[in-house]
Write a protein that binds this ligand. Structure first.
Ligand code: FES
Ligand SMILES: [Fe+2]
Length: 427
């Protein structure tokens, strides 16, 4: 392998970033081991004793709500001999008990009980956190969105999120209570490809009219199902590519980006939900209420593992498994105190668009698998990301750039960040 810095050029990346296992290992250490990683949402663990298990990169962790009401992120590892302690995806527990020798831990990770403790020397300090389920070095929350970092030092979460904070706020502010609830279930799928394929795809509008032609060009698939749910994405006249260019893409430091609102994404009907709109206006003022109801963005990426979508309102979590296998979880975001019908629409729409067997998500999964199969082919070792290179316009307010919707600015922006994580100390 050549040096890491040789793998990323201004307009292309070397295929080994998708194929080389040693690069994947390095990503887990240098990117997932340093960045703020989205772990879960507070509403998934509302009561003391609630927990969910997930991963930061490939490190197993538990997100738990302790009796003190606080949220903790713990390595899912027994302080005795290292077994995974929590084996369930989520649940409620009085304590965590390791299956191997029965060591028991509080939901904040400290030891609660050790069987036959008298057999240990008096010098052993069972209050030592390192004998418990150890807390990850840093945890922080923005409006219920829990992030953790395996690095003891680095930017604060607020610094890390930068202008993306506003995207989280936009969704939360659609709730009359100012809170989202991640209580609507999950779509979970794996695909035979590299995790970056999913991250790149989220703000890649170049693919939409092609990969999703059966949806965007008159909505044939949706019409076949007899549901009107998909009509917000379809256009009777098809979707000329210029249409997608006009939506725009915005890219920021940290690998973050978002794309402009989908062409036919209508706002919530003010006529159908006057009380709801009035409640938002009372809390936010008419201007901000209009801004969040008609959000001017579609997909927002918080690099490296989180996507938010404003229209099919969801959280998407990317969990790398290996260089050629990735797990993705799609959670609907319900709006606290909003009309039931609105929340039900979010779930129903997501079932049709983003479930593993849905009418849209499957198109992307097919492409991700084909990338992984095609990249090893001889002919070229490079992946070309040059669309719109040089056309970026600097933004006035935030440090960042805007470009036409189908430009590959967000992808190049991710590789700029990738290189700054991966290239540190490298040749
Ligand atoms: S490994 Fe957990 S109690 Fe022994
Ligand atoms: Fe897609």
């Amino acid at each position: 392998m050549t040096g890491i810095r040789e793998l990323v050029k201004p307009d292309r990346v070397h295929r080994s970033v998708y194929l080389d296992e040693s690069i994947f290992e390095m990503e887990m250490e240098r990117i997932y081991g340093r960045a703020w990683i989205y772990v879960g949402h507070a509403s998934q663990v509302p009561e003391p004793g609630d927990f969910l298990t997930t991963r930061i990169g490939r490190q197993p962790v538990v997100l738990s709500r302790h009796e003190d009401g606080e949220i903790y992120v713990l390595f899912n590892r027994c302080g005795h001999r290292g077994a995974v302690v929590c084996n369930e995806a989520h649940g409620n527990a009085r304590h965590f008990r390791c299956c191997y020798h029965g060591w028991t831990f509080h939901l904040n990770g400290l030891i609660k009980a050790v069987p036959l403790q008298a057999g240990y020397s008096r010098d052993v300090d069972f209050d030592d956190p390192s004998l418990g389920m150890v807390r990850v070095p840093r945890t922080d929350t923005h409006r219920g969105f829990v992030f953790a970092s395996l690095a003891p030092d680095g930017p604060t979460l607020a610094e890390y999120l930068g202008p993306m904070t506003r995207k989280i706020d936009d969704i939360c502010d659609r709730s009359p209570a100012g809170e989202v609830e991640v209580t609507g279930g999950v779509h979970r799928y794996e695909f035979p490809g590299n995790w970056k394929a999913q991250m790149e795809n989220l703000n890649d509008l170049y693919h939409v009219p092609h990969s999703h032609e059966s949806t965007t060009s008159g909505g044939r698939q949706f019409r076949r199902t007899g549901t009107a749910t998909g009509s917000r994405l379809t256009r009777k006249d098809g979707s000329p590519i210029s249409f997608w260019d006009r939506t725009g893409v915005w890219a920021f430091d940290g690998g973050h980006s978002y794309c402009g609102r989908m062409p036919d994404a209508g706002p919530v009907s003010r006529e159908e939900h006057p009380d709801y709109v009035a409640a938002l206006e009372a809390r936010l003022g008419p201007e901000r209420a209009a801004e969040v109801l008609d959000a001017d963005w579609h997909n927002a990426i918080i690099y490296p593992n989180l996507g938010l979508q404003s229209m099919a309102q969801h959280i998407r979590v990317i969990r790398p498994i290996s260089v050629d296998r990735t797990e993705v979880l799609v959670y609907p975001m319900k709006l606290r105190d909003a009309p039931d019908v609105l929340n039900r629409t979010v779930i129903r729409y997501l079932n049709v668009t983003h479930a593993a067997a849905s009418l849209i998500q499957t198109d992307d999964l097919e492409a991700f698998g084909r990338l992984q199969r095609g990249l090893p082919a001889d002919g070229s070792e490079w992946v070309f990301l040059g669309r719109g290179l040089g056309a970026e316009q600097p933004l006035e307010d935030d440090f960042g750039y805007r470009s036409e919707g189908t430009h590959e600015l967000p992808l190049r922006n991710q590789y700029r960040e990738w290189l700054s994580y991966m290239g540190e100390g490298a040749n």
